[in-house]
Write a protein that binds this ligand. Structure first.
Ligand code: CP3
Length: 343
């Protein structure tokens, strides 16, 4: 029988001497081969909906760095796109959506049309056929709060102010939007698993701005419901929850939301995370993306201190947030070699 993939064994609770390694946003503009394919697509969404191109860029970082996992190339904002909200990406400026300023505008959102995302499932099919047998395949979605923060503001914001204001002013309309996103996310992740991904990650990139009770209501609880819904359809597929800025909420999160592993961000002290969570809970993270830009001794020191902090623990080596565009490729090579030293 083929040996179990390293990422999957860690998500079952196994501590490995050499942790499996992948990087959030590993398919991206720091790679010249990515930029080359990207240049052939009219818009970023067209790119996400071109199965051959999306499959190619999903595989590029695997070919170059032999990471232990490939993450599907797509974006969290395909979900609002499939709900009929206008979504576009402006080069250099990030996502632009038609903002939602009132409950009446929120009520005009359409049903989530999963067929709209059929190119994504085709991408999964293509990647699955080409992936080396020891590489795990990760699908993903954005968590409801993070996706809603773009849907309401119509763009990225420093503090998710528009979404938080909307939630205070119109709690019922906000709860309804979150519910719609919970249902859409369950359906979307379950369909990704049907198509062939082996793990799914939920990205709550902006939950960290919420006051404690709002965090429970708008981040932890919707994430818990998504996991429950996915597990009802795919009991055995592991789920990673990456709740950026979870901070002091992390211990409770690991006891309540039901994920198989938890991503921790750059700001969290790994020793604290290890001490405050049950010993068998897999943790993923948390190298500073800027240390990877800096390289040299600073990078080595950060890698070593993360490896030491998670020693003996089920651990997936990753960044604490997405890789930065200015990251030198030789630093990624240095990271891979150092994490796998002694392999
Ligand atoms: O990880 C991977 O390699 C898989 C693909 C992936 C992308 N986005 C591709 C992408 C994943 C998992 C995401 C998740 C995502 N998208 C998040 C959550 C993770 C995080 O970093 O916090 C968020 C908040 C988004 C929304 C989004 N998409 C923003 C804010 C932007 C613009 C910012 C930027 O980096 O330009 C995007 C565009 C985007 N998504 C790019 C890529 C590679 C860059 C656009 C391009 O190549 O033209």
């Amino acid at each position: 029988m083929a040996e179990e993939k390293a990422l999957l064994s860690v998500l079952r609770g196994e501590a490995r001497k050499i942790p499996p390694l992948w990087l959030m946003r590993q398919a991206g503009r720091y790679l010249p081969e990515y930029r080359e394919v990207r240049a052939t697509a009219e818009s970023f969404l067209d790119f996400c909906y071109s199965p051959k191109k999306a499959a190619e860029v999903t595989l590029q970082p695997i070919r170059r760095f032999h990471f232990d996992a490939a993450i599907l190339f797509s974006d969290i904002l395909v979900v609002p796109d499939a709900m009929g909200q206008l979504v576009s990406f402006e080069t250099g400026a990030g996502p632009r959506l038609e903002p939602i300023e009132t409950p009446a505008q929120a009520a005009r959102l359409g049903e989530f049309k999963i067929e709209h995302l059929s190119p994504v499932f085709e991408t999964i099919d293509l990647v699955k056929a080409a992936l080396p047998s020891d590489v795990a395949f990760i699908g993903f979605c954005g968590a409801p709060f993070t996706v809603a923060s773009y849907m309401i503001a119509g763009q990225g914001t420093p503090d998710q102010g528009p979404a938080r204001l909307f939630a205070y002013r119109y709690p019922e309309a906000f709860a309804k939007l979150i519910d719609q996103l919970v249902e859409a996310s369950i359906d979307y992740l379950a369909r990704q698993i049907d198509a062939g991904v082996e793990v799914v990650q939920i990205f709550d990139s902006w939950a960290g701005v919420l006051p404690a009770h709002e965090f429970q209501r708008w981040s932890a609880e919707p994430v818990r419901r998504i996991i429950e819904g996915v597990k009802a359809r795919h009991q055995r597929t592991p789920v990673i929850a990456f709740v950026r800025g979870a901070d002091a909420h992390l211990p409770k999160l690991t006891q309540t939301v039901g994920a198989d592993g938890y991503g921790i961000d750059t700001a969290l002290d790994p020793a604290w995370a290890v001490a405050q969570t049950a010993r068998n809970v897999p943790l993923q993270g948390n190298l500073d993306p800027l240390a990877l830009v800096a390289g040299a001794d600073a990078l080595d020191r950060e890698i070593d201190s993360i490896l030491a902090a998670f020693k003996g623990r089920p651990h997936i080596f990753n960044l604490g947030h997405g890789i930065l565009q200015q990251t030198p490729i030789e630093n990624v090579e240095r990271l891979v070699a150092r994490v796998r030293r002694g392999a």
